[in-house]
Design a protein around this ligand. Structure first.
Ligand code: SAM
Ligand code: F3S
Length: 467
């Protein structure tokens, strides 16, 4: 049987695109492969937002070249942002790649997959089958048995904000908001496929406007949350400029919404925010966070930060440190600025990499203190967390995520995968807090987030001790 292996780099937009590719592939009769060496088609969904993502993608392409030498019938496909940016260059750098599809070409990739099947018959039935799934279908491309519990639905493509460091508008184009009706149809099919937590994704989701009816993002959240069977709802990424008091109220009022907001601030210095073309000041950012604290006090705040952006003085950097100390971010993705071809900041005078590395370390220390403090508040409490699967470090443990997106790891109590998938909400007593998350004890498993939990028996040696 034809099989497809899909490897994804980058943001949740790419993750959603990979699921679409998997959906189209399974509709065309492919199996999802977990090992690229055994696949008939290998898809690399790339990112170009920073230089290391780009280098890793080219590294993977040369790894796949060896597989293709062993099996010349294998097709290698590159898609995503790097494919959009390097379409021509890739033909020289990686001539063994069979096809390159840019970010707007995914439908064509779906059609090519159907045609590449060894037993492909170009009849009307197969054409109809390929057309069955609408763009952005909720496939299960992640290869474990737990992946269908989380679904990602794209609400908008592209971005029109042109931050001076960012490649996204150059490779993904300007905003293209999907009609609300299309989004709702996709959410319904994700719920029917077993999704317990739904993430609405876009580069700047809170700039969303329904092209048909004019609804804004808060309206969209309320409508999605009201769909029967939806357990939990969340969204990434929001832009501070478009974060409104209405959205803060919605976060506090809609019970299905997870208590978390990802609001990238990038820097604590107004001078840098201006050079980055971020369209807000720190005072405005703090005012918006004030709305969140007022209307949704249980909501945790997470962010993205860039250090060593061109022109960042020690005083600018210290303003970022101070901001992080004040805000107590629950999580922060921290990056050293990486010049991107074709963006304005790449042409400006650069800060030496060793300064960037040193600032990143200092920033991480400050941010980690806030994260640990938050995690410590969980110890001794009982939380519900949606299972992710066996822990990567120890397969006898289960990893799960709380509503605030805090990782919890617990011994699996000898439960089988099918038992956990049927009752994916772990009830966990939190025992110890770390920067990466918390460890705890599994006390129960529940079918629904707000339903009763079935108690989990203690480990076997407890029973022996009772004899
Ligand atoms: N749309 C989101 C927003 O408005 O913040 C961000 C999208 S971007 C793909 C994700 C994060 O990558 C950004 O928030 C930024 O912190 C980081 N990033 C983007 N371009 C970068 C660059 N050239 N160098 C370092 N970090 C970068
Ligand atoms: Fe990039 Fe700024 Fe848009 S970070 S995705 S240009 S809001």
């Amino acid at each position: 049987m034809a099989s497809i292996y899909i490897e994804t780099f980058g943001c949740q937009m790419n993750e959603a695109d990979s699921r679409y590719i998997a959906d189209r592939a399974t509709a065309s009769g492919y199996e999802i492969a977990t090992d690229p060496a055994l696949a008939s088609v290998v898809v690399l969904n790339t990112c170009t937002v920073r230089d290391n993502a780009e280098r890793r993608a080219y590294g993977r392409m040369s790894h796949f070249k060896a597989l293709k030498t062993a099996d010349p019938a294998m097709k290698i496909v590159v898609c995503g942002c790097l494919a959009e940016q390097d379409r021509d260059r890739m033909q020289t750098l990686a001539p063994h790649v069979d096809a390159v599809f840019g970010t707007s070409d995914l439908v064509r990739l779906g059609d090519a997959l159907a045609a590449w099947r060894p037993d492909f018959v170009d009849d009307e039935a197969s054409e109809a089958r390929a057309l069955l799934r609408p763009l952005g279908g909720a496939a299960d491309c992640v290869t474990d048995g737990y992946s269908h519990l989380r679904a990602f639905v794209t609400v908008q493509r592209g971005c029109s904000y042109y931050c001076t460091f960012c490649i996204v508008p150059h490779v993904r184009g300007r905003f293209d908001h999907r009609p609300m009706g299309e989004i709702l149809a996709e959410v319904r099919s994700a719920i029917a496929a077993g999704a317990r937590e739904l993430t609405l994704v876009g580069q700047t989701v809170n700039a969303y406007r329904d092209p048909a009816g004019g609804a804004d993002f808060a309206d969209l959240l309320e409508t999605v949350a009201a769909l029967p069977g939806l357990e939990r709802l969340t969204f990434v990424t929001s832009h501070p400029k478009d974060f409104t008091e209405k959205l803060a109220r919605t976060l506090g009022a809609v019970p299905q919404l997870n208590p978390r907001l990802h609001l990238p601030v990038q820097s604590g210095s107004d001078a840098l925010l201006r050079r980055m073309n971020r369209k807000y000041t720190i005072a405005q950012y703090e005012e918006k966070v004030g709305w969140l604290r007022e209307h949704a006090p249980d909501c945790v705040l997470t962010t993205d930060l860039i250090v060593a952006f061109p022109g960042e003085s020690e005083a600018d950097f210290e303003a970022t440190l101070e901001l992080c100390g004040r805000m107590g971010f629950a999580q922060a993705f921290m990056f050293v600025y990486s010049p991107r071809r074709g963006t304005p900041a790449a042409l400006w005078e650069q800060i030496p990499p060793e300064v960037g590395g040193e600032r990143l370390r200092r920033l991480a220390q400050t941010v980690d203190r806030g994260i640990r403090a938050l995690h410590r508040t969980k110890t001794g409490s009982v939380v519900r967390a949606l299972v992710q699967g066996p822990s990567r470090k120890d397969p006898a443990k289960l990893a799960a995520k709380t509503l605030e997106n805090i990782t919890v790891v617990v011994p699996d109590a000898g439960l089988r995968e099918d038992e956990v998938v049927a009752r994916p909400w772990l009830e966990v007593r939190v025992d110890e807090a770390f920067t990466w998350g918390c460890t705890g004890t599994l006390t129960g498993i529940a079918e629904h987030f707000d339903g009763p939990a079935r108690p989990v028996a203690g480990p076997a040696y407890d029973l022996l001790a009772l004899r």
